[in-house]
Unconditional design. Structure first.
Length: 257
C-alpha cells in the first residue's frame, strides 16, 4: 500500500492539536522537563491529576544526560533509589550510601514513565510570562522556542492552571519572571530570588528538599530552581535530591488538589 504524505501530515496535525487543546486548562503546569519536573509530573498523573510539562529545548531530561563532565553516569543515595526501582530504571551499588545509574537510561526512563501514566509533555515551547489574578499565579504565557530564538515579534498564547511548578533548574526562570514583572513577594528573605551558591553536595542534597515548596500563591518550585530561589548550593551529578524534591512537591499538590 503506497504511503500518502498528505495523510501523514493530517495525522500529526490533528493529533498534536487535540493534545494541545486538552492541555489548555489543567490542574498543574510544570515548566521544565528535567528530572525533578518529570518526577513531579509522574506522581501527579499517577494520582489522576491533569498535568502538563512545557520544555523549551528539543530534548527532555535537563542536565541528567551528560552525567558528570560528560561521563554518562550519575549517583544516587539510598533514599532516592526507591524511585528508580519503582520506575524500573536500573541502579548499581558503588559502595555504602552510593548508587550509580546510566544517565541515558535515567533520562529516557523518567520520560517514558511520566508519559505512560498520562503526563503530557510539550517540547520546543518556551514560557514568556505568567498569568496572575488576585495575587495568585494561575497560568502560563507560551510561545514557540524557535520564535524566541529568532527574535520574532509573534504574540503568545495562554494556558490556565490551578498551580504552576518552576522546575527550570539553575535559572529559576518562572520565579525570576515573578520577581521582575509582578508586585508579589517571594517567600524568601527579602522577597526576592537569592541566587545559587557554590557547590556543596552534602548540604545541597539536604536543603533542596526543604526548599521545594510554594514560593508565592499558586507557584511551587522544585529541583535546582528551589536552591537557586532560596540561596542554597548546587550539588553536581548526584540526582537523589532532584527526585525527592519533585516527589515532595507532587505530594503537597495532591493534597491541595
Amino acid at each position: 500500500m503506497p504511503l500518502e504524505e498528505l495523510i501523514i501530515s493530517q495525522a500529526i496535525i490533528k493529533s498534536y492539536y487535540q493534545k494541545l487543546l486538552s492541555s489548555l486548562d489543567v490542574d498543574v503546569a510544570i515548566v521544565g522537563a528535567g528530572p525533578s519536573g518529570m518526577i513531579c509530573g509522574y506522581y501527579l498523573a499517577k494520582a489522576k491529576k491533569r498535568v502538563v510539562i512545557f520544555e523549551r529545548k528539543l530534548s527532555v531530561g535537563g542536565g541528567i544526560w551528560g552525567g558528570g563532565m560528560m561521563f554518562n553516569e550519575i549517583v544516587l543515595q539510598p533514599e532516592a533509589k526507591g524511585i528508580f526501582d519503582e520506575l524500573r530504571i536500573r541502579t548499581r551499588k558503588y559502595q555504602d550510601e552510593y548508587y550509580l545509574a546510566d544517565s541515558l537510561e535515567a533520562a529516557s526512563g523518567l520520560c517514558f514513565a511520566a508519559l505512560q501514566v498520562g503526563v503530557k509533555i510539550f517540547n520546543l515551547i518556551s514560557v514568556d510570562d505568567v498569568m496572575i489574578r488576585r495575587s495568585c499565579v494561575c497560568g502560563l504565557v507560551l510561545n514557540w522556542s524557535a520564535v524566541n530564538m529568532a527574535n520574532l515579534h509573534i504574540d503568545p498564547l495562554t494556558i490556565k492552571a490551578r498551580f504552576v511548578v518552576d522546575a527550570t533548574g539553575h535559572a529559576a526562570e518562572i520565579a525570576r519572571i515573578i520577581e521582575r514583572k509582578s508586585k508579589m513577594d517571594l517567600k524568601t528573605d527579602g522577597g526576592r530570588v537569592l541566587g545559587e551558591q557554590s557547590m556543596w553536595a552534602e548540604a545541597a542534597e539536604d536543603i533542596i528538599i526543604e526548599n521545594s515548596r510554594e514560593i508565592c500563591s499558586g507557584l511551587y518550585v522544585c529541583g535546582m530552581a528551589a536552591n537557586a530561589v532560596f540561596g542554597g548550593p548546587r550539588m553536581g551529578p548526584i540526582f537523589g535530591g532532584m527526585l525527592l524534591s519533585g516527589r515532595k512537591v507532587a505530594q503537597e499538590l495532591i493534597q491541595r488538589l
